[in-house]
Design a protein around this ligand. Structure first.
Ligand code: NAI
Length: 337
């Protein structure tokens, strides 16, 4: 039976890459029925609503979503839709794997990192105040025991399930004595239940340096919201960039899968977007649904096409536009039926 999934088309290149996922899922007979919804600049312009109630109801009902990128204005304007959805549905685990794709050139060839970023608190708690009289902006980074414990636990559970060996907590407890120590304390508490998994910790600045020198030494990383946001882009850069890495926002009740990249306004509407990251997010979603067979079939076809440089999209040095790239993947799936 098909599972209903809320599909958020997004802004910029969002609708273009969402269409690709729909086409490829249909060709693969993936057991998914899409419920089309939207949020962001597009719905704000069209309906005067940033996050329509129909989207909230659809996610409440389906508990599963795939999301195209959404515009967030810099310095002014509306609050990030991504952050609002993460907080509204308590999607506390932002999971971002960064793994080499065979045949795809990158800076390193032995990277297989999964980053667990706490997604609802820290500097992105939304506690910002500006005192015009004094010219002071305060952004409160709220870190809680509960928040740290559940993200650490999610990482350990993932490690057990996927046969990973080591978890590294990334923090700044040397300076942020209280907030940093909260993550470390959670690590110590949760690790007791998982003696088979090794755990260590590293200060964020050192982690950045080690990641760009010896990324192969890392396995599963766990960190707070802001550090995770930055580190996940860094990790994407290790394996070929934002165009090829997926992401998931997972809570106890609802999960929304999305590419890490943004709306790419510079190429929107030109048919040039690379749909790989959103397609990989869709593949992650299928695995989450335990539809591993169809997930593997799509992923194998995608990886085979990516091996051929000519067939890639322009951002990866290839000659294909979005539609040609999509057809190559569909042909590859048909050839290997
Ligand atoms: P961006 O990721 O949209 O673009 C950065 C560069 O990468 C651009 O040159 C773009 O053309 C290229 N690029 C990104 N994705 C691509 C793809 N799939 N195929 C080919 N090229 C691709 O980052 P930027 O410009 O900083 O942000 C644009 C907007 O996206 C902003 O409003 C930002 O807030 C939003 N954004 C939304 C995210 C989300 O919804 N999850 C995440 C990051 C940014």
């Amino acid at each position: 039976m098909n599972k209903k999934v809320t599909l958020i088309h997004g802004d910029g290149i969002g609708p273009e890459i969402v269409e690709v996922v729909k086409e490829i899922f249909a060709a693969a007979n993936a057991p998914v029925e899409w419920e089309n919804e939207n949020a962001g600049q597009t719905t704000l312009d069209e309906k005067g609503e940033l996050i329509p109630q129909s989207l909230i109801s659809s996610l409440e009902k389906n508990k599963l979503g795939l999301k195209g990128p959404i515009t967030t204005p810099v310095g002014k304007g509306f609050k990030s839709v991504n952050i609002q959805l993460r907080q509204r549905f308590d999607l506390y685990a932002n999971v971002r794997p960064a793994k080499n794709i065979e045949g795809l050139e990158s800076r390193f060839y032995n990277v297989d990192i999964v980053l667990f970023r706490e997604n609802t608190e820290g500097l992105y708690s939304g506690l910002e105040f500006y005192d015009e009289r004094l010219g002071i902006a305060d952004s409160i980074s709220r870190i809680t025991d509960l928040g740290c414990e559940r993200i650490v636990k999610a990482a350990f559970e993932f490690a057990v399930k996927h046969n990973r060996k080591k978890i590294t907590l990334v923090h700044k407890a040397n300076v942020l004595k209280l907030a940093g120590a909260t993550l470390l304390k959670a690590g110590k508490k949760i690790a007791v239940d998982y003696p088979q998994i090794e755990m260590d910790d590293i200060i964020i600045d050192n982690a950045c340096m080690q990641l760009v020198i010896r990324p192969e030494r890392f396995d599963v990383l766990v960190t707070t919201n802001l550090f995770g946001d930055i580190l996940s882009d860094l990790c994407a850069g290790l394996v070929g960039g934002l165009g090829v890495v997926p992401g998931a926002n997972i809570g106890d009740d609802v999960a929304i899968f999305e590419a890490v990249h943004g709306t790419a306004p510079d190429i929107a509407g030109k048919g040039l977007a690379n749909p790989t990251a959103l397609l990989k997010s869709g593949i992650m979603m299928l695995n989450y649904m335990k539809e591993n067979e169809v997930a593997n079939r799509i992923e194998n076809a995608l990886h085979t096409v990516l091996k051929d440089k000519e067939k890639r999209t322009g951002d990866l040095g290839g000659k294909s536009n979005t539609s040609q790239f999509t057809q190559y993947i569909i042909e590859e799936m048909k050839a290997n039926k």
